[in-house]
Design a protein around this ligand. Structure first.
Ligand code: MN3
Length: 199
């Protein structure tokens, strides 16, 4: 079974004005599609065909760079589309909110730390909220790496992730990553983050 490019749960224009339709369309039909195709090619003859993407990532250190880069790209974008939603809530509620308050002193501190991690990731990469041994933590990764990979400096289960590659924001925001992150914050699907938190 080859990996397939997922369909989005909303239209390309649904996240306007925060993320524009053209960026969404190119991001999904070009970037994510290419990671998916190239992952399938890279896995041919690797012995990992038929494994889940999580299994592939967990064992990525023994694989060629094409598996690491495209496997990460495939997984990361699957998560990114799911944790975005038109008209996202400004904050989570219930157990997830309590856990964020406990771990970071306040939701506002969590938000600042997450945005800081995304702002300071030099070049292309991702910032993450992860669950690590039942504790919440913030980390970031270069390129298409993620915290599920055995090569990651900080490992855990991704709950929320933001793409800070320029292709995620350049058409609308040019070099203004901070403005994109502010817009991203209006679109977070906290129900999906909470679902991942509960596992
Ligand atoms: Mn991307």
């Amino acid at each position: 079974m080859a990996f397939e490019l997922p369909k989005l749960g909303y239209d390309y224009s649904a996240l306007e004005p925060h993320i524009d339709a053209r960026t969404m369309e190119i991001h999904h039909t070009k970037h994510h599609a290419a990671y998916t195709d190239n992952l399938n090619k890279a896995l041919q003859g690797s012995g990992l065909e038929g494994k889940s993407i999580e299994e592939v990532l967990k064992n990525v250190s023994g694989q060629p760079a094409a598996v690491r880069n495209n496997g990460g790209g495939f997984y990361n974008h699957n998560l990114y589309w799911k944790i975005l939603t038109p008209g996202g809530a400004s904050k989570p509620e219930g157990e997830l909110l309590d856990a964020l308050n406990n771990s970071f002193d306040s939701f506002e501190n969590f938000r600042d730390a997450f945005i800081q991690a995304a702002m300071t990731r030099f070049g292309s990469g991702w910032a993450w909220l992860i669950l690590q041994d039942n504790k919440l933590a913030i980390t970031s990764t270069p390129n298409q790496d993620n915290p599920l990979m055995d090569v990651a400096e900080v490992k855990g289960a991704p709950l929320l992730g933001v793409d800070v590659w320029e292709h995620a924001y350049y058409l609308k925001y040019q070099n203004r990553r901070a403005d994109y992150l502010n817009a991203f914050w209006s679109l977070v699907n906290w129900d999906e983050v909470a679902r991942r938190f509960k596992g």
